[in-house]
Design a protein around this ligand. Structure first.
Ligand code: ADQ
Length: 437
């Protein structure tokens, strides 16, 4: 079976968040199952690849050409599509994102002709479902890709007959995420709990009705974690390797992390995008109490300016025990996963979440909110702590409970958990077969 995975980002070429980890790992896990998976990404600025030809596609009433590049990384074949609008510094965050990703997806539909099936990821690739047999994976329902219908139908040349409630129309706009859900042969999301939650008004982001209607083709497949990328026994960013059998190297990681941050233990770490999804307002509100209780706080992430401002101010006010690193830094992130006493994941909603899985793999217990994939991956009271209410007191209670239960022992137990890709890859193969059958 030849499958084309279409996504905006993929590790190790380009990564903003968890989507890249998942898309980068899945092809490797599918290989032993007989699936030949190729990854197609936009040719973002700075990515080196060998030119292998050109893709011609209709767009905005004209025939357009885009160079196609190829590169093999870790045994995975990447194709890079050089459509206009991607020679930029960032992957997302421009006013014309919907339009440039539409161009990318339309061109990708031509590349898809050489494959049995498309596996499209998130709204940026959702359009593929209208052109090829597609399995569509929702990584995050919060970003849907809304376009003015006039612009959408002019650019794609698709018929206006698609502009109705059962197809692409959404409150007077075209909604690409909705198109993916309606037109894909099968829809998956990244944890069983999130698959349930998004069918309710609380988590459905306005699409719960559509998801309920298409529930018969919706599956929750829990993300795995790439065992080679995230492994404290062979992580070049750590001062010494360690494992469940011999965790002694973890003490060195703790020392190195304390030295790098100037913080005193116990250190609570947050490593992720600065996004309202992630519950950082709770961390800011709980912050003074955490300080009074003797904790240090480490926050690493880029994203919303208002949240960054909040943590800059907190650090300026409490330089002794708050450290804010407004950067994407893989090496520091690994040191934090290995060297902190606990990792905070207080998300408002969480499709799956990799942070809590990485933390457990590195023997550091998460304090996470009991939503979505967090519920499916943290064993409350055994490998971490889950708290219910979206309130600073909920988070504080979770933190205190973890340390009462014994953070270190829970962390070690978390290292026994199996987050391998074997099960998820088999579930995707089953989804592919159904989509083609
Ligand atoms: N500043 C920084 N420096 C270094 N590393 C950083 C970083 N900021 C983030 N990261 C890394 O990015 C990844 C974050 O992954 P998550 O899955 O937890 O969240 P994200 O919301 O990005 O993903 C979305 O897609 C994934 C994949 O399906 C879902 O798990 C998730 O719920 C959904 O919101 C982790 O590997 C983390 O270490």
């Amino acid at each position: 079976m030849r499958v084309l995975l279409v996504a905006p980002e993929a590790y190790p070429l380009v990564k903003v968040g968890g989507l890249a980890d998942v898309v980068g790992a899945l092809p490797k896990a599918l290989k032993p199952l007989g699936v030949e998976a190729t990854l197609l990404l936009p040719w973002h600025r700075g990515l080196a690849a060998r030119g292998v030809g050109e893709v011609r596609f209709p767009f905005a009433g004209k025939e357009v050409q885009a160079p196609l590049g190829e590169r093999v990384e870790g045994g995975v074949r990447f194709l890079l599509l050089g459509v206009e609008g991607f020679d930029r510094e960032r992957v997302y965050g421009y006013p014309d994102d919907a339009e440039r990703y539409l161009r990318f997806a339309r061109a990708a539909a031509e590349v898809a002709r050489g494959f049995d099936l498309v596996h499209a990821h998130d709204w940026t690739a959702a359009l593929l479902a209208l052109y090829a047999p597609t399995v569509y994976t929702i990584h995050n329902l919060a970003h849907q890709g809304l376009l003015d219908p006039g612009l959408f139908f002019f650019l794609t040349g698709l018929p206006w007959s698609l502009f109705h409630m059962e197809a692409l129309e959404y409150y007077g706009k075209v909604n690409l995420m909705k198109g993916g859900i309606v037109f894909a042969r099968l829809v998956t999301t990244v944890s069983p709990s999130y698959a349930e939650e998004i069918q309710t008004p609380e988590f459905g982001m306005g699409l719960d009705g559509v998801l309920r209607k298409h529930a018969h083709k919706l599956r929750g497949i829990l993300n795995g974690l790439d065992p080679e990328v995230f492994d404290p026994a062979q992580d070049p960013h750590l001062p010494a390797p360690y494992s469940r059998e011999d965790p002694s190297g973890k003490a060195l990681a703790r020392e190195a992390f304390r030295r790098a941050t100037g913080l005193r233990p116990p250190i609570l770490a947050y490593i992720s995008r600065l996004d309202p999804q992630k519950g950082l307002d709770l961390v800011l509100e709980a912050l003074p109490r955490l300080g009074e209780l003797g904790f240090s706080l480490y926050v690493q992430g880029v994203g919303e300016e208002a949240l960054a401002q909040g943590f800059r101010e907190a650090e300026a006010k409490h330089p002794g025990w708050v450290r804010f690193v407004p950067a994407y830094d893989e090496a520091l992130a690994r040191l934090a996963y290995a060297g902190a006493e606990a990792v905070l994941v207080p998300s408002r909603f969480e499709p799956c979440g990799l942070v809590q899985m990485i933390a457990q793999r590195y023997g550091t217990p998460p304090v996470a909110r009991a939503v979505g994939g967090l519920k499916d991956t943290v064993e409350d009271g055994k490998t971490g702590v889950l708290f219910q209410s979206y309130h600073p007191e909920g988070l504080l209670y979770g933190v205190l409970r973890l340390f009462r239960l014994g953070a270190e022992a829970l962390g070690l137990r978390g290292m026994d958990k199996d987050f391998s890709w074997e099960g998820p890859a088999r579930a995707y193969l089953e989804a592919y077969r159904r989509a083609l059958g």
